[in-house]
Structure formats: structure tokens, C-alpha cells
Design a protein around this ligand. Sequence first.
Ligand code: TMP
Length: 204
Amino acid sequence: MSKKPVIVFEGIEGSGKTHHLNKISKYLKKRKLSFIKIREPGGSLNSEKIRKLILNKKSNFNKNTDLLLYLASRSENIDLLRKYYKKRIILIDRFIDSTISYQHYGMGVNLNLIKNINNHILSNFKVSFTFLNLVNHKNMIKRLNLRKSTNRYDNFKKNFYNKVQKGFIKLSNKNKKKYQIINSNLDIKLNEKLVLKKIEKLIR
Ligand code: TMP
């Protein structure tokens, strides 16, 4: 029987996290392995409603409201996540590290506030492994320009994304064994192979 880890894909805009997550979900489907896949914000019905509210370009919430909305969207996912925890492989497009990197390192929201609410919502639900996708600013902009639609979080200044990406790296450095860094400025096919090899190990 294969293992049922919780695997998160993180990184700033245009870093390729969703691409790799989609590749892996196709691979799992092909192998007929049961898994669930969600994104944050979003994932469940209520959480998708909150996503629309936060990321709408006409919204202009302050940083604490944003934090509370991101956490509210997580809170709406937790029943689903708990239901399948350790029973199915769980793939998540953004999770706790995004909250700490964007809201704390990027926007300066108090770290303990984030951790306290997060711990309260998640309690014993734990991430097993994270793929952290890194991208330079030039490639990030190039990829954002190719998107059909952008959202409220796609238009911050370069310095903001720098702070957020550094935040992600800081978090990964605290527990290196649980992270795989993907340099998304390099060849995408090579990166796909790297991710797949690691996934095979994680579920074996
Ligand atoms: P994406 O799903 O298209 O990557 O966009 C989601 C945006 O939400 C992205 O800019 C990161 C941001 N975000 C936060 O700021 N905090 C969070 O906790 C999460 C999950 C996402």
C-alpha cells in the first residue's frame, strides 16, 4: 500500500507551482492512486466564494482583513482535509507558508497572530512535504504577462515579491528535510522529472 502524505506546492506568482501540481495529479490518476487536490484560497465551495472576494481587483481590504479572509478560506477547507488526512494523498496549491510569507514577510502582519489562528484551525493536521518553486523577477513578469486574467495579488511592486520569496526561503531553511527547492528559471522538463522522482519516494 502506498503512503498518503500531504504535499504542498508553494512559491510566488509565475513560479510554476500549479504546473507541477497538475502534472503530478495526472501522474497519480494514471497510476490509479486515490488523491485529493485543492488550492488555497479556494478548494471547497465556501472557500472559493472567499477567494473571489479576496482576489477581486475591486476589493481593497486592509492587511489584517486579508489575513482573516485567507484563514477563513482555510477554515472552510479543514473538514475536507481532515476527512482524507492519512487516507488519501493530499495535494495542496499554497498553504500555511503562503500565509506567513505574504501576510507576515510581505505585509508585516504579526507572526504570532498568524501562527495562533493557524494552529487553532489546523490543530493536528500536518504537512508532510513542500515543493518550493523559486523564480526571478524577469521570468515572473514574463509569465504573468502570458496569463489571460490576473488578480488583485498579481500587481504588487518587485520589492514585495522579493520579500515574500525570501520569506518562503527562510521557512524552508528551518526544516530542510521537508522541502525541495525547484529553480523554476531552469528547464521545466528537468524540473518535472525532479518533482516526479521525489513524489515517487514520498508515496512509496
Ligand atoms: P494563486 O492561487 O493564483 O497563486 O493566487 C493566490 C494569491 O493569494 C497569491 O497572490 C498568494 C495569495 N495568498 C496569500 O497572500 N496568503 C495566503 O495565505 C494564501 C493561501 C494565498
